[in-house]
Write a protein of this length. Structure first.
Length: 271
DNA sequence: AAAAGCCCCTGGATGC
DNA sequence: TGCATCCAGGGGCTTT
């Protein structure tokens, strides 16, 4: 499910309302990807200072330490004063005096992990390997070009790896490569600097537009208010195998790369 | 170091 | 209707 746009849209949908809240209790459901790394009672009484995002992680800053939330493939958050009764796929709930934050995640690839600080071992293990943030100032073109130059893997898989640039998942990798006119199978190191620059811009553009559209809702994504996204309607290639390219009318193709689907237009996207 | 495969888990769609 | 198979927005770990 959630790539950078969906995570950011989720953050924006509840960050203001949870800021300053005091944690009253914490409920745990079935195990997620990793253990919470503290006792639920340890969080009682702490204030939530704010919510940041790093890649596909949400970072809840607490007055002591922070919670790292990851939505995995099927996770979504809901936030409100009166949430409906918890269901079988609700696996974490933070109850505060300003509302409850609840994680629903059928596949349980998501995670909620407590770290005492961003520098502690638990947080660093998860955050240290993350690449540049594509939105904002830190997405340096020269570093991006240099990073691509030393990778022999297909460009699609370099984007998905997340150690060069974060947040680009399976939907937006296909979409960004379409916008840049680059075939997903092209080896990253073979891209000319102008083409790499075009991809750099395409990544920024597609992610920013997706955030503006509330993200993509393929089956069940919604933000913490339950609102669905609309960007999937604007996808140029993702999910459109066999259909006509919206630009040139060639048939959009589907291939497998690293056990994931990749969509591209054989005419608009050059090797 | 980098790349490729496997695996975690549940549910929906499709095919027989 | 029932059952098997495949597929899904991620990414850590192990092996080459």
């Amino acid at each position: 499910m959630p790539e950078l746009p969906e995570v950011e849209v989720t953050r924006l949908s509840f960050a203001d309302r949870i800021a300053g809240a005091q944690i009253e209790s914490v409920c745990i459901g079935k195990p997620l990807r990793w253990p919470l790394n503290c006792q639920p009672e340890d969080l009682q009484g702490l204030r939530v200072l704010g919510v940041r995002r790093r890649g596909k992680y949400l970072l809840l800053d607490l007055e002591r330490g922070l919670l790292l939330l990851h939505l995995g493939m099927s996770g979504s958050l809901s936030y409100g004063l009166h949430l409906p009764a918890a269901g079988v796929h609700d696996h974490f709930e933070l109850r505060t005096n300003q509302g409850s934050l609840r994680l629903n995640d059928p596949r349980r690839f998501g995670a909620v992990v407590y770290a005492t600080a961003e520098q502690d071992a638990v947080a660093q293990k998860l955050l240290d390997k993350l690449g540049m943030e594509p939105l904002g100032e830190g997405f340096d073109l020269q570093l991006f070009q240099a990073g691509l130059a030393r990778r022999q893997a297909p460009i699609k898989q370099v984007l998905l790896a997340g150690d060069l640039v974060v947040g680009v998942g399976n939907i937006y990798a296909s979409e960004a490569l379409f916008l840049a006119g680059i075939r997903p199978t092209t080896r990253a190191s073979r891209l000319s600097r102008p083409r790499a620059a075009r991809l750099h811009q395409a990544i920024r553009d597609v992610l920013a537009r997706a955030v503006a559209k509330g993200g993509s809702t393929l089956r069940d994504f919604s933000n913490a208010n339950g609102d669905m996204g609309h960007f999937q309607l604007e996808a140029m290639v993702y999910g459109r195998a066999g259909q006509a390219c919206k630009v040139c009318e060639s048939t959009v193709r589907l291939i497998r790369q690293g056990q994931r689907s990749t969509f591209f237009c054989p005419t608009c996207q050059k090797p």
